[in-house]
Write a protein of this length. Structure first.
Length: 454
């Protein structure tokens, strides 16, 4: 590897490179102003400028974000010069905004989020360099079974870093020099399930559709899949069963939605979406009957005011925070969203709207929408069906996560408990999401390179 020549090529300027750099500068200005405003917030809240003092704990966060933006851009220029110029700057802006939000709500978790951002950027860089998509497809069964095994381990040995609640994490190194490391295997399962579905559907569905049978029901023609559908259904079913045993119902719903999206894209059959929606309703009814947590969330969704100081306290306080945000918000660091339990994770969108207002909420939705749109465009330009489905799966997962948690906070859906990508606190989620973004960038580079070669 001739690193000087690679670096020189990275510093060369194309139109796409200039666009990405301009977007990164805009993101940097936004994030820096946000951190400065966050440091000014205590003095503003007390209306006493003698209390003004810059929070030095913000400096490492600024350094991590800034160095990540610069070095990440150079790394991408070396290995993916023909990438989509929007994906990396938009993701960095969301991560910077997330650091501001999480640190404002829980400073200790904000510091941890900075550490996880550093780890995630390093892992994303490694994934960008080493990932061979065809190799992943060749080991799709082994990779998915390994992820399922790790998820199964949490049923026996799972822990919760907060000490109470669902035990969805595997921990190690507890007590060694004060280090406590935790990882949530269900996040890895999401990533490897995308790989499995993309590889299996692209490989089997042409043959599956050529041998399928049709039957009519109530005037609608449904498609019955052949035996090729069985491994797909089994692997997906095992994933859901493990998540139900974990009581991680939010991730279960997310994986179900991901399965339907990729199935529809692969087959083009609307009947699969209709059948999936009916299955989701049936599963919700069964969950309501079996699990108190599901009953609680549905009851709080239908009428949270009936128990505003009890079981529905969290959602009621989130609704009050949304209302307090008005159009322009209370101001950075000036809201009262910390009264919402677990606000830095499940309800960070409520805190965002309270302090940044309706305009801030719409801006965050627009950024996530841009990320989804660019991902779908990348999928559309792929010549390989497997890589196209891989891009669809990554984009669909990010979009569904955002839709489910935002919809839950504003009472469009029952609350599911998934995190808002790049904005909520969550180390495992941050790591996996950045690997997915790295893959999406690499896929965009591959398809653009192919188009240029033509």
């Amino acid at each position: 590897m001739n690193f000087p020549s690679l670096l020189q090529s990275a510093l060369s300027v194309s139109s796409a490179t200039r666009r990405e750099r301009r977007l990164l500068v805009i993101a940097a200005v936004f994030v820096l102003i946000g951190f400065i405003a966050l440091s000014l917030a205590p003095a503003v809240r007390q209306a006493d400028w003698t209390a003004l003092q810059f929070d030095t704990r913000l400096i490492p966060l600024i350094v991590v974000w800034g160095s990540g933006a610069v070095l990440g851009h150079l790394w991408l220029e070396i290995y993916t010069p023909n990438r989509d110029p929007f994906i990396f700057p938009v993701t960095m802006l969301l991560c910077g905004w997330g650091l501001i939000l999480v640190y404002r709500l829980e400073p200790d978790f904000g510091t941890r989020q900075g550490v996880w951002l550093l780890i995630s950027l390093v892992m994303a860089g490694i994934a960008l360099y080493w990932t061979n998509f065809q190799w992943l497809a060749g080991f799709k069964y082994l990779l998915l079974v390994s992820a399922l095994f790790l998820v199964a381990l949490t049923i026996l040995f799972g822990v919760n870093p907060s000490g109470s609640g669902p035990r969805l994490w595997l921990g190690c190194c507890q007590g060694w020099n004060g280090i406590h490391l935790y990882f949530q295997p269900s996040e890895l399962l999401k990533l490897l399930l995308i790989v499995f579905l993309a590889a299996y559907l692209s490989e089997k569905f042409p043959l599956l559709l050529s041998e399928e049978r049709k039957f009519g029901l109530a005037g609608i023609h449904w498609r019955l899949p052949t035996a090729f559908f069985l491994p797909l259904a089994v692997m997906w079913g095992i994933s859901l069963i493990l998540l139900i045993l974990q009581r991680d119902l939010g991730t279960g719903i997310l994986l179900f939605g991901l399965f339907l999206v990729m199935l529809y894209v692969a087959t083009g059959e609307l009947s699969s979406l209709a059948l999936g929606f009916l299955s989701l309703l049936a599963g919700g009814a069964l969950g309501y009957w079996l699990y108190g947590l599901v009953r609680l969330r549905i009851t709080a969704w239908l009428n949270p005011w009936a128990d505003a100081s009890g079981d529905a306290y969290q959602i009621v306080q989130a609704l009050l925070a949304l209302a307090a945000g008005n159009v322009f918000g209370q101001g950075i660091g000036l809201g009262a969203a910390r009264v919402i339990p677990v606000v830095h994770s499940d309800f960070v969108f409520a805190a965002l709207v309270e302090e940044w207002g309706l305009l801030g909420g719409l801006a965050s939705i627009a950024l996530l929408a841009v990320l989804v749109m660019r991902g779908l465009q990348t999928a559309q330009r792929q010549t390989d069906p497997y890589e196209s489905l891989l891009a669809v799966g990554i984009t669909g997962l990010l979009g569904l996560q955002a839709l489910l948690i935002m919809g839950g906070v504003v009472r469009l859906f029952p609350l599911t408990g998934v995190i808002l990508p790049f904005l909520s606190y969550g180390g495992s989620g941050m790591l996996v999401n950045w690997v997915m973004v790295a893959w999406l960038i690499k896929l965009s580079h591959n398809c653009n390179t192919t188009e240029e070669a033509k």
